[in-house]
Design a protein around this ligand. Structure first.
Ligand SMILES: [Zn+2]
Length: 294
């Protein structure tokens, strides 16, 4: 295990225990999430060494990396994913000033294939070998391992996206620096992450599926995302909610809490989360941050 002495965002040495969570998805191990006393950032600490983390993804059920659809949760996930891919395409094309996109954590490449269809130049980074091979074979997209990020020339990309990726990245600040280097000066960065101040997060507490320890190493709020972005010379241009995430996360959280994905209860909680979320507080279950260089 690796113990972080300093807050990855503000560098403060002082943090307190925020929550103890179980890895409900795979190992049933317990992990502690701490909260920085200074900036309020919450992160898993101590956490598995970087070399050990891959082991926490080794499951046939890890659906973001597989093309299989099994069970109702997976079916709903896939339906929503297709819908949200189209919404993401629309959103990106609205803000982009060019047509070169790098999707970091592109999974099996469905989203990038949509950009390719409309004539964009696409590049994917994906740590999972099976997903990478699927994307290359199925969609003929260039997808590389994470190490390839360093080989991309400076200022190459009009758009960089990380959809539910940053919470998984061990070297958070190094990743932000790389992204800044590769993005054009007038480029746009899209970061989507779960939001731990959402209603569904508070409602499910340690069972909230988006805590997903230790795969999710960081638990952002709009405030701490703002701090991270500022630290790396970026500014948030816009906040957008991901309204389907509350339903999917609630279904999974019900499963972790009560042993079955109680559909009605999950739909009710998901709906309540969206209704209670306030556009000024940006407290939806997951948020998309639209970001530019300062
Ligand atoms: Zn801090």
């Amino acid at each position: 295990m690796e113990e972080l002495k300093n807050c990855p965002i503000c560098g403060s040495e002082k943090h307190s225990v925020f929550l103890t969570c179980t890895d409900h998805f795979l190992t049933k191990e317990k992990f502690t999430i701490v909260k920085c006393d200074k900036c309020g950032f919450t992160f898993v600490n101590p956490r598995p060494e970087q070399s050990q983390l891959a082991g926490y993804y080794e499951s046939t059920e890890y659906i973001s990396h597989s093309g299989t659809s099994k069970g109702i949760v997976n079916s709903v996930y896939k339906f929503i994913r297709n819908y949200t891919h189209k919404a993401k395409l629309k959103l990106v094309t609205k803000y982009a000033k060019g047509n070169k996109i790098l999707d970091i954590g592109c999974g099996s490449g469905e989203l990038l294939s949509l950009f390719r269809k409309i004539g964009w130049e696409t590049l994917g980074i994906e740590p999972n070998q099976t997903a990478r091979e699927f994307a290359v074979k199925q969609y003929c997209i260039n997808v590389y391992e994470e190490a390839h990020l360093k080989e991309i020339d400076d200022g190459m990309m009009d758009v960089i996206s990380m959809w539910h990726v940053l919470e998984h990245v061990s070297l958070l600040n190094e990743r932000m620096q790389e992204v800044k280097r590769v993005l054009k000066d007038d480029g746009v960065l899209f970061i989507a992450v779960p939001n731990r101040i959402s209603f569904d997060a508070t409602h499910y507490g340690e069972f909230w599926a988006a805590f997903d320890v230790p795969r999710h190493l960081y638990h952002f709020t709009p405030e701490t995302m703002g701090e991270l972005i500022k630290k790396h010379g970026f500014a948030i241009v816009s906040f957008l909610p991901m309204k389907f995430d509350s339903f999917y996360v609630s279904m999974l959280s019900e499963k972790y809490k009560n042993g079955s994905s109680n559909l009605l209860k999950a739909l009710y909680t998901g709906l309540k989360s969206n209704i209670k979320a306030n556009s000024r507080r940006h407290d939806h279950s997951s948020m998309i941050y639209v970001i530019r260089k300062k």
